[in-house]
Design a protein around this ligand. Structure first.
Ligand SMILES: O=C(O)CCC(=O)C(=O)O
Ligand SMILES: [Fe+2]
Length: 249
């Protein structure tokens, strides 16, 4: 069996339960100390339009992290196209193109941005002053991404949005379980956990991944995280009361 198959045998049926939601919201705790694997964001996303815009540009997508194949870190059918970046087809991080830091790389809207008006409008409304890489990520039918992690700490960083999410497509984290992606859902991701993706469907899977920092929009970002935190709390409480209604006379 290959590594992604072993990974899904282990974690493919696990669900994650938040057992440690504090009563009071604390932005720094949620973002940097909670070690939560993901936080679903309370955002309205015109994902159907965004999907159409991304998939219309399919001919421009490039094989993502092709060189990793030689570092024992395998994937298949993983493609990408940047709407904000160094160039639409430079889909790797700044190191790969000789830049010393995120800030030193000449990130900007790429030439595909004006072909994606709904996506662009949505991205401009987000609470991020500093935008780095923002990419459409495609996973072909039968495609997979081997288990790997992308950071050494356990804080939230990129946002991953499902523009579609065919049945049979799964994104799982080690020791944690499967992310509850449905089309249009968005998660702040904690990629300190090893993770792995498979597309066991006949359809292409299209997500959007955003690397950005709030900068001067920190207060708006805090509000978004607080709203999302409250939603999470409400959904836990709702589950609990539904459970009590069932077990109590
Ligand atoms: O969903 C994807 O295409 C990327 C998965 C992944 O490895 C990541 O988000 O870091
Ligand atoms: Fe990753």
């Amino acid at each position: 069996m290959e590594e992604h198959e072993i990974f899904f045998q282990q974690y493919g049926n696990h669900a994650y339960k938040y057992n440690d939601i504090p009563d009071k919201f604390d932005y720094d705790w949620v973002m940097f100390k909670s070690r939560w694997p993901w936080l679903q964001l309370d955002l309205d996303i015109p994902y159907q339009e965004m999907y159409k815009e991304g998939i219309a540009l399919e001919h421009k997508f490039v094989e993502h992290r092709w060189n990793d194949q030689f570092r024992g870190y395998k994937h298949q059918g993983w493609k990408s196209l940047a709407i904000h970046g160094i160039d639409s087809q430079k889909t790797e991080n700044f190191h790969a193109y000789g830049y010393k830091s995120q800030e030193a790389a000449p990130y900007d809207w790429t030439e595909i941005a004006n072909q994606c008006p709904a996506t662009l409008k949505f991205l401009k409304l987000l609470p991020f002053e500093n935008k780095y890489r923002i990419r459409f990520m495609l996973l072909e039918p039968g495609g997979y991404i081997y288990p790997h992690k992308d950071q050494d700490d356990f804080s939230f960083y990129p946002i991953n949005i499902a523009l579609n999410h065919p049945k049979g497509c799964k994104f799982a984290m080690e020791e944690v379980g499967v992310l509850p992606f449905v089309p249009g859902s968005a998660f702040h991701m904690n990629l300190g956990y090893r993770h792995c993706v498979i597309n066991h469907s006949q359809e292409k899977r299209l997500h959007l991944i955003i690397h950005a920092a709030p900068g001067s929009k920190i207060n708006q970002h805090k509000r978004l995280i607080e709203k999302s935190f409250n939603k999470l709390k409400e959904s836990k409480e709702k589950k609990w009361t539904t459970f009590l209604d069932k077990v109590l006379p």
